[in-house]
Design a protein. Structure first.
Length: 197
């Protein structure tokens, strides 16, 4: 069985979708992997409690604890890598993990890092994707699963889902519509990647 480690910073709804698909009884449609651990840079994030309720081991590596280090970002990434390596993952899955990773970290996990981003990349890398899509007058929005490279939100695309932008949409309604589709796309994209590799 392949091992996943999932990194989160927030609510963890994508993480939950992945865990539930991996815990599914039906062979068909299941994600054939084990979520070995859920790690977060925010000890108080709701997603950690959610993972524990699903029976998944968790750990928090608080990025604020490294503020005094000579290179805070590198020191945090080194601690994160230690926590990841304990589980010898076949894939490291970023699911709402809101930290920019150092090039050294990305190189260390070359080929193992995937991310989900709430836009149709290469449009709207970065933050506030739904607000920017509405302001630009986009008729469609969506989300992208991609490999992580050293350039933020720029890795090779593994899957995308397209969602309409409806008249009257605001950031909240659009992000809710996209998020529902993220939950369907991400476990399937991971399954395909594991099956191919
Ligand atoms: C998701 O919409 C995900 O695509 C986005 O954060 C949300 C996390 O929600 N990720 C990014 O913006 C990464 N740049 P969740 O914690 O409920 O899964």
């Amino acid at each position: 069985m392949k091992n996943l480690v999932i990194l989160i910073s927030g609510g963890g709804s994508n993480m939950e979708a992945i865990v539930r698909t991996a815990q599914q009884r039906d062979w068909a449609g299941r994600l054939h992997a084990r979520v070995a651990a859920v790690l977060s840079n925010r000890p108080d994030c709701a997603g950690l409690a959610r993972a524990q309720a699903l029976g998944v081991p968790t750990a928090a590596i608080d990025h604020r604890a490294f503020a005094q280090a000579a290179d805070p970002r590198a020191a945090f990434d080194a601690a994160l890598a230690d926590a990841i390596d304990r589980h010898a993952p076949d894939l490291v899955v970023l699911a709402g993990f809101m930290r920019i990773l150092t090039p050294g970290f990305v190189r260390r996990y070359a080929g193992l890092l995937v991310n989900i981003h709430p836009s149709l990349l290469p449009a709207f890398p970065g933050l506030h994707t739904h607000r920017r899509a509405i302001e630009a007058g986009c008729r469609v929005a969506g989300a992208t699963v991609h490999r992580v490279t050293e350039e933020l939100d720029h890795g090779p695309i593994l899957d995308q889902v397209v969602v309409p932008v409806l008249p009257g949409d605001d950031e909240a309604t659009l992000s809710a519509r996209v998020l529902t589709q993220e939950h369907r796309m991400y476990p399937r994209a991971i399954e395909r990647l594991l099956a191919a590799g």
